[in-house]
Design a protein around this ligand. Structure first.
Ligand code: HEC
Ligand code: HEC
Ligand code: HEC
Ligand code: HEC
Ligand code: HEC
Ligand code: HEC
Ligand code: HEC
Length: 383
């Protein structure tokens, strides 16, 4: 049995809330699918049916997709191998000098701060991120005003470190006021909702729970709700409406699909849309759109020029170089006076974020001394 942190002003009903949460994690996709499937879809707008319903007809893409980062952005910790691997592990907070101790069982992951709260456990319900860069834990908490807020755990598992470190940005937080803040950053309802919108296909926060949860960035995150498509194709008819050519007739419509989560220029402060920006390299669509490659190629460059959206991101640099050369070997586009290989190293270098992860700068350009060589976390403490 779990004992839970009780005494906090902020989170009045935590015992009940956390217990309830665990029930919520059992909300299975099948349950939701059934309701979606049984609904008459001929007149109503299409609903989400979940990634598992695509496999019967799109096996090849589905298998490829299952290995991609998108397929693993939102696990309940009880289903997460990363969470499981933390059982018994401890982590010393380098700033607050606290020691976190992790505990895993069939209900999921939890943590304690023995020096402050004895062996009371704080639940860590969801694991965000596939682990390619990192995995951060998230807990839903009932607020005393009746709304649901979130808590982003102070500690993250980073692939680059093969272990735990402070969650990016948390080094800048002040001293905890409420008990819960010892365990991480409190997220307003709005922030919590955004977090879930970008890491799941569908899900609605309600009463400390996520209703109609379809976890991960699924097929329908990009292709849209597909109940009509499944119904039409199951009956053997053509479905002209569900065509990728129709969804993405040009580069901008594709960039907007990816940019909803990876971020567009309009979701970034104007003052950060400059060559020396230290956060832009994290936001590939916004970065790419500043590049002459995008601006002067008349719509020929989009994310899928270089990425298969169904696949784990390729690490094969010669493959990317060939793509650069598709344009840069022609008469009309300039070639490099410096080198005929290693394009990525000089024109799209990886930029390090607090030494725990790195991101390739998608603002493809001739770099100079003003260009960022390190990334700063997006410190967004405003609520
Ligand atoms: C009953 C079989 C069936 C199911 C289930 C199904 N599809 Fe399809 N889908 C087809 C067929 C057949 C086509 C047309 C041929 C093709 O492109 O593979 C198609 C085409 C598509 C296309 C358009 C491809 C293009 O040419 O532009 C997309 C996108 C797509 N499906 C996505 C999905 C997604 C996402 C799901 C799950 C939510 C799904 N499909 C479920 C049979 C199915
Ligand atoms: C609903 C939000 C969402 C949308 C839409 C989205 N992404 Fe992502 N993407 C994510 C998240 C979250 C991750 C982090 C996955 C992880 O933790 O590895 C990610 C990761 C990636 C990665 C790295 C994956 C890997 O396996 O290492 C690539 C490449 C990528 N996205 C490309 C795209 C492209 C291209 C599009 C548009 C066609 C797109 N994404 C649309 C949320 C989204
Ligand atoms: C606007 C959409 C958006 C929001 C909001 C968002 N994420 Fe993400 N998240 C992404 C995308 C896109 C990626 C992939 C980043 C990449 O690989 O470039 C990502 C990646 C991650 C990763 C993998 C490690 C990394 O840095 O790449 C973790 C962990 C993560 N997000 C946690 C969270 C948490 C926790 C929240 C809420 C506090 C949150 N995210 C809110 C879009 C979002
Ligand atoms: C990150 C966004 C994203 C996700 C997730 C995604 N797709 Fe796609 N899909 C695209 C884009 C963009 C295209 C068109 C560009 C292309 O063909 O590369 C596409 C093309 C397709 C096509 C037609 C082209 C082809 O390769 O046959 C089908 C069918 C399809 N997707 C089905 C699926 C299914 C099924 C899933 C889930 C298992 C899925 N997609 C997940 C973005 C996505
Ligand atoms: C879709 C075609 C296309 C692709 C693919 C492409 N580029 Fe470009 N690139 C262009 C065009 C067009 C220009 C502008 C040329 C001009 O101004 O004459 C450009 C300009 C550049 C510049 C000069 C930028 C500056 O700051 O002035 C560099 C560097 C560059 N590309 C590198 C690359 C690299 C590296 C890749 C592969 C990762 C790549 N490009 C892929 C079309 C492309
Ligand atoms: C000109 C080629 C090119 C285009 C176009 C491109 N990418 Fe990339 N992308 C790369 C390369 C190269 C990497 C680094 C791969 C590696 O890890 O070796 C990368 C890596 C990524 C990653 C993994 C995290 C990182 O930054 O290292 C994400 C996420 C991503 N791209 C998203 C996008 C999105 C979204 C778009 C469209 C706005 C896009 N990319 C367009 C070449 C491209
Ligand atoms: C060792 C670093 C390095 C590598 C590797 C490299 N470049 Fe460059 N590139 C540069 C520098 C520096 C410049 C600016 C040269 C100048 O202004 O004299 C440049 C300029 C360019 C330009 C602009 C040319 C013009 O006249 O406007 C393009 C396009 C370009 N590179 C593409 C590429 C491509 C494609 C590759 C891979 C085949 C590549 N570069 C590999 C460093 C590099």
């Amino acid at each position: 049995m779990w004992t839970l942190i009780v005494a906090t002003l902020l989170i009045g009903a935590i015992v009940f809330g956390a217990w309830w949460l665990r029930q919520a994690a059992d909300h299975s996709q099948t349950e939701f699918q059934n309701t979606a499937d049984s609904r008459s879809t001929s007149k109503s707008p299409p609903s989400f049916v979940g990634t598992t319903s695509c496999r019967s007809c799109h096996a090849e893409i589905s298998d490829l997709y299952s290995t991609s980062g998108h397929a693993h952005t939102f696990h309940a910790t009880k289903d997460s191998d990363f969470a499981k691997g933390l059982n018994g592990v401890t982590f010393e907070d380098p700033l607050r000098k606290d020691q976190f101790r992790y505990h895993f069982d069939s209900e999921g992951l939890a943590t304690s701060l023995p020096a402050k709260f004895g062996d009371e456990l704080f639940p860590l319900s969801y694991a965000l991120g596939s682990g390619t860069h990192g995995v951060t834990f998230l807990t839903l908490l009932p607020h005393r005003d009746g709304s649901t807020i979130g808590l982003e755990h102070r500690v993250t598992h980073y692939a680059q470190k093969s272990g735990l470190d402070l969650t990016v940005g948390h080094a800048y937080l002040g001293e905890p006021v409420e008990d819960a803040e010892h365990f991480g950053r409190v997220l307003s309802s709005r922030k919590l909702t955004q977090c879930i919108e970008c890491h799941t296909t569908s899900g609605r926060v309600e009463n400390g729970d996520i209703r109609e949860l379809i976890p991960h960035v699924g097929c329908e995150s990009c292709h849209g709700a597909a109940s009509h498509h499944v119904e039409i194709r199951t009956s053997g008819e053509e479905d002209a409406d569900f065509s990728t050519a129709k969804s993405w007739p040009d580069a901008m419509s594709e960039l907007r699909t990816c940019g909803r989560c990876h971020r567009l220029p309009e979701s970034i402060k104007k003052s950060e849309l400059v060559r020396e920006s230290k956060i832009l390299p994290r936001f590939q669509p916004a970065g790419l759109m500043q590049s002459p490659c995008f601006q002067k190629s008349e719509g020929a460059m989009r994310c899928t020029t270089c990425h298969d959206p169904h696949e784990k991101v390729s690490k094969d640099t010669t493959r990317y170089e060939r793509l650069c050369m598709d344009c840069h070997q022609t008469q009309t586009v300039a070639a490099c006076p410096k080198s005929s290989n290693n394009c990525i190293e000089c024109h799209m270098p990886p930029i390090s974020l607090e030494g725990v992860a790195s991101f390739h700068d998608h603002w493809i350009r001739i770099r100079n001394e003003k260009d960022p060589s390190v990334l700063q976390p997006e410190i967004d403490l405003e609520e």
